[in-house]
Design a protein around this ligand. Structure first.
Ligand SMILES: Nc1nc2c(c(=O)[nH]1)N[C@H]1C(S)=C(S)[C@@H](COP(=O)(O)OP(=O)(O)OC[C@H]3O[C@@H](n4cnc5c(=O)[nH]c(N)nc54)[C@H](O)[C@@H]3O)O[C@H]1N2
Ligand SMILES: Nc1nc2c(c(=O)[nH]1)N[C@H]1C(S)=C(S)[C@@H](COP(=O)(O)OP(=O)(O)OC[C@H]3O[C@@H](n4cnc5c(=O)[nH]c(N)nc54)[C@H](O)[C@@H]3O)O[C@H]1N2
Ligand SMILES: [Mo]
Length: 766
């Protein structure tokens, strides 16, 4: 008889079907209006042959090959939990004593899994913090540049994290929605902490039915769903700032800027205006000027500008736009355009980032806290901006400039990662691996033989969410979901919390780590804290036992529409922004004061080193977009049927325009070699006129599978992307600034190896 267990994941809530100790199927959560396909891959992942069955230590590490040793080719020696626990307590203690707390890199960036108690990264950081401290990471890969910029210019990160002006407000008041990077459907499949209700598609359909006109400004037509019937403007990648400047010039030329808004709710218009007009640098940013950079016709730029000035307009850009060199600029300039249109804080008008970047952006929601593990401190620690991780490994003792601060980079001796995949998320992987290998000891907690596990010294097998009890919760979702344990742990896998509790015990701080609670006590504690906080805000949640039995709590929708910056727009004196001036900063004295050459006091067009208008395009004439995968979440679920069905001869698909394919003698379905000076990967070609000429696009997430000479056989775009910060202000990930060339792959197709566990030595350590 099958058992049914309520559960949740970043890609959706579901009921697991369990038969004879195996997860044999999933059924979407009954209250989800638009469940995605990704949950179908869950049973494949849980029972995959690349689950790590027990703890392992790299053979070379046991022989003393540590700092600078090659990682990735060695065999692994099976080891008992007892032994590995003792080794780790000793090794961490030794490294702390000899090199200080900051020599342990424990930032451990990554999405982990949905459950909020067994959240691997939080558990590890709690453990390392209580152990004395560690080097951690701030901001994120998603919108790190924006996250550093926006507090300076609008005083908050709500503009890209939410709450943003919601869909009901847009349906009622907006007439035109200009979308840089579109409103991709694929991205709205996921929410960190669990998507109980995928409300994105139903809301978009309502907005479209209300008569809003959509414009998809993107190199990729597929960035808006067909049902929006959007106008497609195939812009050159990384040139959005020039396009917005061209629109700004057209609005000024027509005298249509909102002078009252600019005068009463902004500072710095007196500096930005002469730049747009060319009075400061001799270059008026006319639509003709912008057309030469963006390859969008000047008439189109002018038409869009005048239309936006004539009807209630919502401006948006995806998060991807700022994951590029100078990624701060297009977002800053879009805020400036919204200010010129006077729409900031008006219903259905203004600007916000990421309406199409994640499920839940714009969904009406009651601002309640989410269920979470209480944060811990990092007493002796230091923090670097997340995307500078390779520099951290490469430049010990040197200075990294970030947002007006000078950070001295510590000397990393130990890397300890749980719940993230740096060989998925970071850029220029061949370079990162060289830095990674400088550590003496690398520890990875993982359920699967992902690239970090394969490139570790000590590998600890973690359970998946189906093997433990937890609570799924996200501030962007109306459902709190019980996640019932469905099956016993697979092999010798253990919960991250339990393995760390034992290492804490061997290090003398078990009780401080566990607070003497077991799983059940922690879940009740976290739930009750949340329930009390909700009660204070007027929402009465059921008690834990009722929640656990029913499988979910539903938080009602708010009664009123939400408008971001509404109070500020109505009364800027009574409700100033949290910026130095209290207003929107079109010019920031703070940023200008940092003296960074690459980012000044107001938004500007700055040509990136790698884009189609630059010199490097002579050698590498294709711009590579590496977007989020429709078939999985980052590297997660790459073992599942949904990702497998999309691959071409086992390789990640890459989109290319028919003219580019013809010029290279390539056909749909071919395996091709994609390369630049940083590396090479194999991709499966998909020929499509939905991508503009000069651009190719490949999703992230195919597990890195390097052959000896560095060729990745699987289609991981991060062997090609450049590892540089967006600027010294944001130091964000710049993955979208990347030029490549593509050619036929004529050798025999090398078989994949990441689909099998690595070699294992049978000398079991007692
Ligand atoms: N080229 C390019 N690169 C990019 C991007 C891009 O657009 N282009 N996007 C970037 C962005 S926005 C992001 S957020 C990052 C995402 O990068 P990551 O968040 O690092 O990617 P994930 O694959 O989600 O990594 C999570 C890892 O945690 C493991 N895991 C899951 N549950 C558990 C658990 O319970 N215990 C333990 N121990 N491990 C667990 C999973 O198996 C997986 O390997 O990628 C970034 N990289
Ligand atoms: N299914 C699924 N959904 C996801 C994720 C996933 O892994 N899988 N990851 C989640 C995470 S962590 C994040 S941060 C969000 C990310 O959300 P986004 O950053 O918004 O997502 P991307 O898919 O990287 O980019 C969106 C689109 O921007 C376009 N684009 C890229 N460069 C440019 C440019 O220079 N100009 C213009 N105009 N357009 C450009 C690309 O065509 C791309 O399809 O997605 C989330 N959603
Ligand atoms: Mo992200």
């Amino acid at each position: 008889m099958a058992e049914i267990k309520p559960h949740s994941a970043h890609w959706g809530a579901f009921d697991a079907v369990v038969e004879n100790g195996r997860v044999t199927g999933v059924r979407p959560f009954a209250l989800d209006p638009y469940p995605g396909a990704l949950i179908q891959s869950v049973p494949d992942a849980v029972h995959s042959k690349v689950r790590i069955d027990q703890p392992y230590i790299r053979a070379g590490w046991l022989k003393g090959e540590r700092r600078g040793a090659t990682r990735g080719g060695d065999a692994f020696v099976p080891v008992s939990w007892d032994k590995v626990t003792r080794i780790l307590a000793e090794e961490a203690g030794r490294i702390r004593a000899e090199h200080g707390h900051t020599s342990i890199m424990g930032g451990s960036y990554g999405w982990s899994s949905a459950g909020r108690f067994h959240h691997a990264r939080s558990q590890l950081q709690r453990f390392l913090g209580l152990g004395g401290g560690y080097t951690t990471q701030v901001t994120n890969y998603s919108y790190g540049a924006g996250m550093t910029l926006m507090p300076h210019i609008v005083g908050t990160n709500d503009i890209m994290q939410g709450p943003v002006t919601d869909w009901p407000s847009i349906a009622k008041h907006t007439r035109l929605m200009l979308c840089l990077g579109g409103l991709p459907l694929k991205n709205a499949l996921v929410t960190a902490g669990g998507a109980g209700a995928h409300e994105y598609v139903p809301w978009l359909k309502q907005v479209a039915a209300a008569g809003v006109r959509f414009v998809n400004i993107s190199p990729f037509k597929g960035d808006t769903p067909d049902f929006l019937d959007a106008e497609w403007i195939p812009i050159r990648p990384n040139t959005d700032t020039a396009l917005i400047l061209g629109m700004a010039h057209a609005i000024l030329a027509a005298g249509l800027e909102d002078r009252d808004f600019l005068a009463t709710r902004c500072v710095g218009w007196d500096k930005l205006r002469p730049y747009i007009l060319g009075e400061t640098d001799g270059t008026p940013k006319t639509p003709e000027w912008a057309a030469a950079i963006t390859e969008v016709p000047a008439e189109t730029i002018r038409r869009l500008a005048l239309e936006a000035a004539g009807v209630p307009t919502m401006l948006t850009a995806t998060w991807s736009i700022q994951r590029a060199e100078h990624g701060e600029q297009p977002w800053w300039m879009l805020v400036a355009l919204a200010a010129m249109l006077g729409g900031i804080g008006q219903p259905g008008r203004g600007v916000a980032f990421g309406y199409g970047s994640l499920n839940g952006m714009g969904t009406p929601r009651w601002e309640l806290p989410s269920v979470s593990l209480p944060a811990t401190r990092n007493p002796g620690g230091v923090a670097i901006p997340v995307a500078r991780v390779t520099e951290l490994f490469e430049r010990p003792g040197e200075i990294l400039q970030y947002n007006g601060r000078d950070i001295v980079l510590p000397d990393i001796r130990m890397i300890w990662w749980a719940g993230g995949n740096p060989f998925h998320h970071h850029q220029d992987l061949n370079r990162m691996l060289r830095g990674w290998c400088q550590a003496e000891t690398i520890v990875v907690q993982e359920p699967w033989w992902t690239s970090p596990a394969r490139h570790a010294d000590i590998v600890l097998p973690a359970t998946t969410t189906l093997e433990r009890n937890d609570i799924g919760s996200s501030s962007r979702d109306r459902f709190i979901r019980a996640m019932h344990q469905a099956i016993p742990p697979i092999g010798q896998a253990r919960n991250d919390h339990d393995m760390l509790a034992d290492i804490a015990e061997a290090s003398g701080f078990r009780d401080r780590f566990t607070e003497q609670r077991n799983e059940d006590a922690w879940l009740r504690h976290m739930y009750d804290r949340w329930r009390t906080a909700c009660g204070r805000m007027g929402f009465d949640a059921p008690d834990f036992d009722r929640f656990w039995a029913e499988g979910h709590v539903e938080v009602p929708r708010p009664a009123e529409d939400f408008v971001l910056f509404g109070d500020f727009a109505r009364d800027p004196e009574a409700h100033p922004l949290n910026t130095p001036s209290g207003k929107v900063e079109l010019f920031s004295e703070t940023i200008a004061g940092f003296g960074y050459e690459e980012i000044g006091g107001h938004p500007e067009w700055k040509a990136p080193q790698e884009y189609l208008g630059g010199a490097l395009a002579q050698r590498f004439p294709l711009h590579l977009l590496s977007y989020q995968p429709a078939t999985r979440l980052h590297g997660q679920l790459d073992q599942g049927r949904v990702a497998a069905a999309s691959k071409i001869q086992g390789r990640e698909p890459m989109l290319m325009h028919p003219s580019e394919a013809a010029a290279r003698g390539l056909r749909d379905g071919d395996v091709v070699r994609v390369f630049n000076d940083r590396g090479a990967t194999l991709a499966g070609l998909r020929v499509s006129d939905g991508i503009r000429p000069g651009v190719v696009a490949m999703a992230t997430g195919a597990w890195w599978d390097p052959v000896g000479d560095g060729l990745d056989r699987h289609g991981n775009p991060n062997v090609l992307t450049a590892d540089l910060g967006t600027s010294r202000l944001g130091q964000g990930c710049a993955a979208q600034s990347c030029l490549v060339q593509v050619e036929a792959f004529t050798d025999a197709l090398p078989p994949l190896t990441v689909t099998e566990p690595p070699a294992r030595l049978e000398e079991v350590l007692a």
